[in-house]
Design a protein around this ligand. Structure first.
Ligand code: PRP
Ligand code: URA
Length: 209
């Protein structure tokens, strides 16, 4: 069974407190989403395979470990996931980026797909799906289904805030996918928003409300 990793760290707690505050403006919200994403990227890549090689330091040969030619693809779920991509690329500059466009139907809360573009070699890639919010789990589960259709074997899901309902859906539908979150909140409300959550992540990142 894949693991749920809740990143319990003072820096993450502090930054999350700023994201949750309804008085935090667009600029700061976007910056903090980026900072948390970079911290989460560090943890979510902990199990990537490394290969041994040798480099010459100015003093002597050193046996070192590198990522070798491991392919990595970051897949944001549009739109809000876009806010997590560039901060992750700072740590993974050679990663590819695939996009999945999904939005939740406002009445049924079911995900509706409107866009998809993946790198050609995604099947051999370690895939990291990013989205700030895991609410009902419908969007993330559909995104993982879709990526699995390409034959991907290594898939990791990174969300900033999750509801218990969403975590349960991913663990039920995709027990092979590790989940990294900064917090698991209390519940969903009647509109399938995370309580207490941070509101609508896409609107807060892009300033659309
Ligand atoms: C939000 C969020 C997730 C989804 C989570 O996107 O960014 O993709 O909802 O909800 P779920 O777990 O119940 O599927 P939204 O549909 O609001 O689209 P947006 O990113 O374009 O704002
Ligand atoms: N999408 C969001 O942006 N926020 C929520 O609380 C739930 C879904």
């Amino acid at each position: 069974m894949a693991e749920l990793h809740v990143l319990d760290h003072p820096l993450i707690h502090h930054k999350l407190s700023i994201l949750r505050d309804k008085n935090t403006g667009v600029k700061e919200f976007r910056e903090i989403v980026g900072e948390i994403s970079t911290l989460m990227c560090y943890e979510a890549t902990r199990n990537l395979p490394t290969v041994e090689t040798t480099v010459e330091t100015p003093v002597a040969p050193a046996v070192v470990r590198t990522l070798g030619d491991q392919k990595i693809t970051i897949v944001p779920i549009l739109r809000a996931g876009l806010g997590m991509v560039d901060p992750m690329l700072k740590l993974l500059p050679s990663a590819r980026v695939g996009h999945i466009g999904l939005f939740r139907d406002p009445d049924t809360h079911e995900p509706i797909k409107y866009y998809c573009k993946m790198p050609d070699d995604i099947a051999e890639s370690a895939v990291i799906i990013v989205d700030p919010m895991l609410a009902t789990g419908g969007s993330a589960s559909a995104a993982i289904d879709f990526i699995k259709e390409y034959g991907c074997k290594s898939i990791t899901l990174v969300d900033i805030i999750a509801a218990p309902e969403g975590v349960n859906v991913i663990r039920r539908d995709h027990p092979d996918v590790d989940i990294y979150v900064a917090a698991v909140d209390e519940k969903l409300n009647d509109h399938a928003y995370i309580v207490p959550g941070l509101g609508d992540a896409g609107d807060r990142i892009f300033g659309t409300k």
